[in-house]
Design a protein around this ligand. Structure first.
Ligand code: AMP
Length: 351
């Protein structure tokens, strides 16, 4: 049993899988979230604090008893992480969290690092939107700059659409308009980085989305070596630039010309890498725990082809039927309320 305690801000399924991985190394986890009780992570962690992220008193108590803190979702208020004293290791780090929380900063960082982006415009008013739609060639997606996830806070649009209607539809004061990329594939890359700046990159994953939500992932993605090399370079330069400690996922589009175009980053475990729990000697969750607790990285190669399917509230019975296939691995997040599009679990299998 290690005397290391990992603090987790957030209590969803990613937190749950971090707790499970930490337990393999004898590391205990303390979950902090406003809804920690009976949550996927809260119900299996060693300790929990149910409090608002703005509750300074509760945060002080939490930071007194943890050695490191990680965020299981990127929209954790930055102030909650900033409250951590010097003695507590912060993962993924303030810079990484701040960048991932705002689409404009995210895109500008990608551009700065030479990672191709589709043309985009900063939108703060109807007139910004009107100008951008005039400049736009083809279709686009209007996205809220903050707090978007799983395709939420997005409207598909094209030149000629009414800026007034779109602006009222998106209902925010800060958005970006992003040219639509006619991609042939969606790919993600995932890197783990530790406090010494050492890195390890997982095999690339091919993703299938429906209405902006990840449905199914396959890995390793079969891609030209030049594409794999470019993706690895992009995710590594971003992780180094943001001084990430922990994990950084990068979602990219692959065009017909085999060019990768940046979509977004997530400085945390990524849904498209859940297959690594069974598929790699060291899963993404294990690698995260290792990177924050000073343990060396483990191997991530795989010799098989892995599939992962998300199970949503509307198809929750598939979790039960998953057990009848002895070759599949069923993960039930322990959620009680099977709402539409709510991720209830996932199933992994080998091709
Ligand atoms: P996001 O939340 O930005 O990752 O968007 C969710 C999904 O919407 C992506 O995985 C894509 O399938 C689609 N999407 C987002 N932005 C674009 C874009 N600029 N061009 C084409 N499809 C996009």
């Amino acid at each position: 049993m290690s005397d290391f305690t990992l603090g987790i801000l957030g209590s969803g399924q990613l937190g749950r899988m971090i707790v499970q991985a930490a337990a393999d190394y004898g590391i205990s986890c303390h979950v902090f979230a406003p809804d920690a009780n009976n949550s996927p992570a809260g119900e299996i962690c060693n300790k929990l604090t149910e409090a608002e992220y703005s509750d300074q008193n509760a945060l002080n108590h939490f930071y007194n008893v943890v050695d490191a803190v990680t965020c299981e979702f990127e929209n954790v208020p930055i102030s909650a992480l900033e409250m951590a004293p010097e003695s507590v290791l912060k993962s993924p780090g303030i810079k990484a969290l701040a960048t991932a929380q705002e689409r404009l900063i995210e895109k500008e960082t990608a551009k700065l690092l030479g990672i191709p982006t589709s043309p985009y415009w900063k939108i703060g008013s109807i007139s910004d939107l009107s100008d951008a739609l005039d400049a736009l060639d083809g279709s686009a997606i209007l996205k809220t700059a903050k707090l978007g996830y799983d395709g939420k806070g997005q409207i598909r649009t094209k030149s000629g659409d009414s800026p007034e209607q779109l602006w009222h539809g998106i209902n925010t004061d800060f958005a970006i308009l992003e040219s639509f990329v006619n991609f042939k594939k969606e790919i993600s890359f995932l890197i783990a980085r530790n406090t010494k700046g050492q890195t390890i990159i997982f095999p690339p994953t091919l993703n299938h989305h429906k209405n902006g939500i990840l449905i199914h992932s396959t890995s390793p993605a079969i891609l030209p070596q030049s594409v794999i090399d470019a993706g690895c370079d992009y995710v590594e330069s971003m992780a180094n630039h943001l001084e990430v400690v922990g994990l950084l996922a990068m979602e990219l589009f692959l065009t017909e010309e085999n060019t990768l175009v940046f979509n977004e980053i997530a400085p945390r475990p990524h849904n498209s890498y859940h297959w690594t729990i069974e598929g790699c000697k060291t899963s993404q969750f294990h690698q995260l725990v290792r990177s924050v607790s000073g343990l060396p990285f483990g191997e991530v190669e795989t010799s098989k082809k892995w599939h992962m399917k998300n199970i949503f509230g509307q198809s929750v019975s598939e979790l039960q039927s998953g057990y009848s296939n002895a070759k599949s691995y069923v993960h039930d997040y322990g959620k009680e309320d099977p709402k539409i599009d709510r991720k209830m679990g996932h199933i992994t299998w080998v091709e």
